[in-house]
Design a protein around this ligand. Structure first.
Ligand SMILES: [Zn+2]
Length: 443
């Protein structure tokens, strides 16, 4: 095992589960260890206290006239349950089949540690770094980064940078370097449908009182046309259309073909908005999804009841151009306008975040592409992602800088799930990618 891998293993052994207060000391110990790693390569390093878990900041000496890159990552991890499904203990890293098996290996310790090692090698071989580098590694990403935005606001002067590099996303397939340049946004709602003042006997009252479960089902069904297109008025109005090069590139991206997609998801047939490929539906088209729905009796056997209430939860994934507040209001108006008679509707607004998008052909985008090509030996594919990383949009708004998403996790990396793993090849190529990135960004 290489010395680099051994150091990553030490990083991985800290059970830095940010959501679990019984692990608060482990999270802190991990932050302190990481601070030592950055100090060890000669960077000025500080632990910034927050109301919860500390933020690690490390930087080289600032030189006027050079570009500045901020490298973001997180050292906290998700809980490990269900523990019985792990093939090896979650915090004892193991090498099997060319992969590192451990909680946090892909999300995100392996992915940010390559940047530390890339900086270290560069310093060792070239006597320093070719640009100003700021590392920001937080300990609260898995709980929604509650203290990062205030931290960014407070320190935006000394975190000022030209570009941000984030390795916390994925590669579309093994050996296929991937540059992400977009993320979907999100807005959430919770809906309650209220009928009679209490559950009623379906024989005594059925047929003469509106049923909230039926009303909820009608409302949910009203959100889409039969072909999958969203029926909410104005929903697509602000969507910025896909560019031709994107459609062309995505048509060739491995893993986005319908067959692969069915295999991964276990779904029986493709589904979605007509006129768009699977990749386009996932990365560049907005959605309304029902995340949960419930009403009435759900136990064994039958219970002849007319339920007093029904509920459902919705989330909309948003794309560039869409404003979360406007979309949320459009969905609320749609639900209110379509609510059938005899029941009342209560809607609670949930959290929102904007979509994010940058130009992968900008000078920094090209630097990211070149770094991936030099380390992996082929030109990267350029993709957007279907998920949301709110902090990337926050950094754009507060620091004014775009993020290059240089993901190294493979599709089967099992993040947040048992048997999380990170490819050894991607760990090693990631170190080279990071070195190449520093060189390219400095040009
Ligand atoms: Zn995560």
């Amino acid at each position: 095992m290489t010395a680099e891998l051994e150091r990553l293993f030490v990083h991985l052994r800290f059970p830095s589960i940010s959501t679990d207060s019984t692990h608060a000391d482990d999270v802190r110990a991990n932050a302190e260890w990481l601070k030592g790693q950055f100090e060890g390569i000669g960077l000025a390093t500080e632990l910034h206290e927050t109301p919860k878990h500390p933020i690690v900041i490390a930087r080289n000496e600032y030189e006027e006239g050079r570009r500045t890159v901020l490298i973001y990552g997180h050292y906290d991890v998700q809980p490990v349950d269900p523990i019985e499904l792990w093939d090896s203990p979650p915090f004892e890293p193991e090498l099997r089949d060319g992969k590192i098996w451990c909680r946090g290996s892909a999300d995100n310790k392996g992915q940010h540690f390559v940047h530390l090692l890339g900086a270290e090698k560069t310093i060792q071989e070239e006597g320093g770094l070719p640009l100003n580098v700021i590392f920001l590694i937080e300990g609260e990403e898995e709980i929604g980064s509650p203290n990062l935005v205030p931290f960014l606001e407070k320190h935006k002067g000394d975190l000022a940078c030209d570009i941000i590099a984030v390795s916390d996303t994925g590669m579309v397939a093994p050996g296929v370097p991937t540059l992400g340049y977009g993320l979907r946004g999100i807005t959430c709602l919770e809906v309650k449908i209220k009928g009679p003042s209490g559950d009623l006997h379906s024989g005594v009252y059925g047929g003469a009182v509106a049923n909230p479960a039926s009303a909820a089902a009608r409302l949910v069904a009203s959100l889409h046309h039969d072909d999958g297109k969203i029926a909410v008025e104005g929903f697509y109005d602000a969507v910025i259309p896909l560019e031709e090069w994107e459609r062309e590139m995505w048509s060739k991206v491995p893993g986005a073909a319908d067959d692969d997609f069915l295999k991964t998801t276990g779904a029986s047939a493709p589904f979605g908005e007509p006129g768009y490929s699977m990749a386009e539906r996932l990365w560049a088209r907005p959605t309304v999804e029902v995340n949960g729905i419930g009403s009435g009796y759900q136990g064994e056997g039958s219970k002849t009841v007319l339920p007093a209430e029904a509920m459902f939860k919705l989330s909309c994934r948003l794309v560039p151009g869409q404003d979360p507040d406007i979309v949320q209001q459009q969905v609320i108006s749609h639900l209110e306008n379509h609510c059938p008679p005899g029941v009342s509707i209560e809607i609670e607004k949930g959290h929102s975040g904007k979509a994010y998008h940058n130009d992968p052909h900008s000078k920094f985008g090209k630097a990211g592409q070149a770094a991936l090509e030099k380390s992996f030996g082929r030109a990267p594919v350029l993709i957007r992602e279907g998920g949301s990383i709110p902090i990337i949009q926050d950094m754009k708004e507060i620091l004014g800088s775009d993020s290059l998403m240089l993901g190294l996790a493979l599709p089967d990396c099992q993040i947040h799930a048992p048997n999380e793993n990170f490819s050894v090849e991607n760990f090693e190529k990631g170190i080279e990618m990071s070195r190449a990135l520093l060189r390219e960004l400095a040009k």
